[in-house]
Design a protein around this ligand. Structure first.
Ligand SMILES: Cc1cc2nc3c(=O)[nH]c(=O)nc-3n(C[C@H](O)[C@H](O)[C@H](O)COP(=O)(O)O)c2cc1C
Length: 305
């Protein structure tokens, strides 16, 4: 086993661990980092932030279901100005690399957020092109031209690497992934939540006030894994963060073998904020069992039939 078995790289970004905390599941990172052991993570992505404050959706907007959870938060956030005011002084004291996540209605809104996140000290920004919860139904992730326009405007202005987080519901995922990389995205995050719906049989109402919402947790894994595999096969060498339903080291191994260079943990951290410690330890054990000494040996090691 190598001295640093978990070390990996995501394009130009070096990571001490392939584990990343997924956006929206660890708040602004600061709250989480005060209670959880964050040293097992290569990075943690803060909740998505927009140029102006977004009110989000009314409650109920979180619903546990048997195979994971539904959320319809609508990216409630106080806007980038407040984020910068709160986080600029906190980031240097947090024991894990804090990445930003930008969301917006136009490429210009995204770019404004990206620039201010970088000024606040984040070394990497993820563009959330895939939230299915916005009332206007707009999803940049569905369209290669619109997705690339966001990436392009951000990359031109950003002094830090910028990645694109896509939706598993994207009709032609490879086309959108390819357009984002061509536009300068430093990595792809595959994936965000899938569109789902749940019923409350007692009241006869939808589980979420907004009706459909984002489906996450174990039930999302085969879908997200398919996204990673499909993009990695079509675009060999694409830097990918795999995300969706990872709750154990074996899940992480599956994503790495399918072509991800790093993996993000989401819903599992809501249940168990310290899950990274267990998963990192088990990942090393799982690698020993498989006879590999570094994470990078696993990346894309899936074999054809
Ligand atoms: C409560 C909740 C809030 C989320 N908020 C965001 C967000 O603000 N930005 C984002 O890009 N993804 C957000 N996500 C999606 C997660 O980052 C992740 O992509 C998704 O949950 C799939 O991973 P998982 O199955 O491990 O949870 C959120 C997910 C949950 C459950």
């Amino acid at each position: 086993m190598a001295s640093d078995p978990l070390k990996t790289s995501l394009g130009s970004i070096e990571l001490t661990s392939p584990l990343i905390a997924a956006s929206g599941t660890v708040g602004s990172v600061w709250e989480w980092a005060t209670t959880a052991d964050v040293r097992h993570f290569g990075a943690a992505v803060a909740k998505s932030v927009s140029a102006e404050p977004w009110a989000g959706r009314p409650v109920p907007r979180l619903a546990p279901i048997s195979t994971g959870m539904l959320n319809g938060i609508g990216i409630q956030n106080a806007g980038i100005e407040q984020w910068v005011g709160l986080m600029t002084s906190r980031i240097p004291g947090i024991e894990v690399s804090v990445w930003g996540s930008a969301v917006g209605h136009t490429p210009t809104e995204y770019a404004k957020v990206v620039v201010l996140l970088a000024e606040a000290g984040v070394p990497v920004v993820e563009l959330n092109l895939s939230c299915p919860n916005l009332d206007d139904g707009e999803m940049f992730s569905f369209d290669p031209v619109r997705a690339a326009a966001v990436v392009e405007e951000c990359v031109v202005l950003a002094p830090v690497p910028v990645g694109a987080k896509l939706s598993p519901d994207t009709p032609d995922l490879v086309a959108v992934a390819s357009a984002c990389l061509e536009a300068g995205a430093g990595f792809l995050t595959l994936t965000n939540t899938a569109s789902g719906f749940g019923m409350d049989r007692r009241t006869g109402r939808p589980l979420l006030s907004g009706g459909p919402g984002g489906y996450s947790g174990p039930g999302l894994k085969p879908i997200a894994l398919r996204c990673v595999y499909q993009v990695a096969q079509a675009l060999p060498g694409a830097p990918i963060i795999g995300c969706g339903g990872i709750s154990e080291a074996a899940d992480a191994v599956d994503f790495l073998m399918a072509g991800a260079s790093a993996v993000a943990l989401g819903t599992v951290l809501l249940e168990s904020p310290n899950a990274g410690k267990r998963i990192a330890k088990d990942l090393v054990r799982e690698m020993q069992r498989l006879g590999v000494s570094t994470v990078t040996e696993l990346v894309g090691s899936v074999r054809p039939w």
